[in-house]
Design a protein around this ligand. Sequence first.
Ligand SMILES: C[S@@+](CC[C@H](N)C(=O)[O-])C[C@H]1O[C@@H](n2cnc3c(N)ncnc32)[C@H](O)[C@@H]1O
Length: 214
Amino acid sequence: MPLIGNLHGPIRCDFEGTVATHRRKYGGGNGQDIAKAIGISGKCKPRVLDLTAGLGRDAFVLATLGCQVTLVERNPVVQELLKDGLARALSLTDNPELATIVARMELVALEAQCYLNGNANIPQPDVIYLDPMYPESRKSAKVKKEMQAFKTLVGDDHDADHLLDLALGAARYRVVVKRARKAPQLGNAAPHFFLSGKSTRYDIYALQKLPLEL
Ligand SMILES: C[S@@+](CC[C@H](N)C(=O)[O-])C[C@H]1O[C@@H](n2cnc3c(N)ncnc32)[C@H](O)[C@@H]1O
């Protein structure tokens, strides 16, 4: 568990902790903005490719809602944190519900571009999800501190515009980009629509209409 300077305590990937458990149980189900952005509804549970996995928090929400999620992460430390978090959650024999959710999450320890260009055999993802490092800090001091520590670990994602172009060429139905509420959109392509909450905005690039069942 790495300690990042004196900015924050240990950074950990924690799918069984209180924050993840609370979000899993009371997060709002398909009514959450992230679910609407991805296009999750009754029988429509898109296969999601998360090309900026980070600590897997968003991917975990999507897996909780029934999506199969492939998590691609390039930072070697973050990869280890994710591996550790997934393995711990899977090993909890007294929490089969959590194990079922985490079994829908597959980690790929690679740079996104290598994954997309080097895998002719991967199934085409229904939706690609991107959450590159925010260009500006968020309001809450607690989140700010955590984000600062994480930023110290992974740095800025300067290639995020290029990643969007790649994603637009690879997804079947949608690309969804998570941004800070007032941050500029990624790249030059304008999203078709967006969903904005208190601190977060989801920009949605709709390539095709999602079917009712997936
Ligand atoms: C803001 S974090 C994502 C947080 C994540 N959505 C969550 O819920 O925990 C961005 C992560 O994307 C990773 N990343 C950025 N660009 C990437 C790329 N081209 N390929 C793979 N990983 C990338 C970074 O290393 C970092 O860990």
